[in-house]
Design a protein. Sequence first.
Length: 290
Amino acid sequence: MKPSPFDYTAPSTVGEALALLTDEEREAKVVAGGQSLIPMLNMRLARPGLLVDITRIPELGRLHVDESGSLHIGAAVRQARAAADTAVRNGWPLLATAIEHIGHPQIRNRGTVCGSLAHHDPAAELPAAALALDARFVITGPRGTRTVTAHDFFVATFSTAVEADELLTEVVFPPLPADHGWAFEELTRRHGDFATVGVAVVLERDATAGTVRTARAVFSGAAPVPVRLPAAEDELVGSDAGQQALAAAAAVALARLTPSDDIHATAEYRREGAAHLLVRACTTAWERCS
């Protein structure tokens, strides 16, 4: 199919982009990589009157680490660029690995990090990674700029805290503790497919006690939003991430996750897959703890 007719513009400042998004005469949609929006246009699931291309706004193309050690990724930064960046690979390897699980190189070369987050497909990799890494989202609109935590950013399937007249300008990842390990696992039918279920894990090691000090385990494909399971994390904290603790954490995942059935998998299959991936991810993350 072909999309409905629309106008196209590429503003050079955030202010110009916001002015276009507040146009009451026609619906405007933001486009960056277009990996999600263009197929929706072609199937006429979306019929905006105006596409606002934000990739020519210089400040949105910034990728840097600030003085506090936090990573800033602007809304126009391509996924491939972020995954290949030395600072990202060294400081936030979970993020780089999650990006490498997205589709294929052609998709990652065009798609943006913030675009995937703002689109928020619950089976996508980056929302789960963002919650596991305690990301913060900077949203700019006519009422000013606000920062939203990852917990509050993802609202429902294809829905986030970004309003129609606002723009997600960057995502910020705080520095990780020195003694941490990480892992990203997902279950897919074929490489490049959306995951049936996935998990992102970050463990912090108590160097003195030789046990898990803190844990974060976040699942994708298990609910309309990324799901963090504090009860499963509690089974790991204070342990040496051995078989007993891992089995207890997996049991929590089986009992607490409530995925849905669809044409790709049953809810039971997703729960069992999530529990298995959690054990594998926690084992890998603990091995990586320095």
